[in-house]
Design a protein. Structure first.
Length: 204
């Protein structure tokens, strides 16, 4: 399986073991409703599904994904993700535990492994790692720019949690980047989705 280039420079400074995985037949994501849980309402939700032909960082093969992430007022985040990489045959399923804003409408999501194919991905054994990826909702209608989704990368849950909580801060701290350089680095991994939609709703 070809590994992802997302955070590839971080490999030199941290013990990340990252890879890529996507889903062949996306599930219909659960429709998150804000404020439906009494006492612990949903204050931020992200959901979506779609296809990507990654010609830049991948092999050009079709990858599909489906995810739901719900952040509650009490601070917990719940949801799920399924992704399939057709070229490698790797299927990833994860349980979402983090959803956080980055900037410019980009959000980072992290999920702990429930299962993925193969013996390991980037040195992370099945069921012991975490996935990390970026999403962007660019609106609806024919005049809107395509929604965007990054590759999913594998690391360890604690590392994924730290990066999810402060992605730009982590990039700036490791490499001494300016705000503009860190933003450009994140932007370089965003890919337009095909035949799908990403929706982000916030009560903040």
């Amino acid at each position: 399986m070809r590994t992802s280039h997302f955070f590839s420079l971080l490999w030199l400074a941290t013990p990340l073991a990252l890879g890529c995985a996507d889903q062949e037949a996306p599930l219909a994501p659960v429709s998150p409703l804000l404020g439906v849980q009494s006492g612990n309402p949903v204050v931020l939700s992200a959901r979506g599904s779609g296809h990507i032909h990654d010609e830049v960082f991948g092999d050009g093969e079709l990858r599909t994904f489906s995810f739901t992430a719900l952040k509650h007022a009490g601070g917990t985040t719940t949801g799920n993700v399924q992704l399939k990489n057709r070229a490698s045959g790797v299927t990833y399923r994860g349980s979402v535990f983090c959803l956080a804003p980055v900037e410019n409408g980009i959000y980072v999501i992290a999920s702990e492994d429930e299962r993925f194919g193969g013996t390991d991905v980037g040195g992370v054994l099945p069921g012991s790692g975490a996935g990390l990826w970026l999403v962007q909702d660019n609106g609806e209608g024919s005049n809107a720019d395509p929604d965007r989704f990054s590759q999913i990368d594998f690391t360890f849950p604690s590392t994924a949690g730290d990066l999810c909580q402060d992605l730009l801060g982590s990039l700036k701290a490791f490499f001494g980047l300016t705000d503009a350089q860190a933003s450009a680095f994140v932007e370089s991994f965003m890919l337009p989705i095909e035949n799908g939609n990403i929706s982000v709703t916030s009560k903040y």
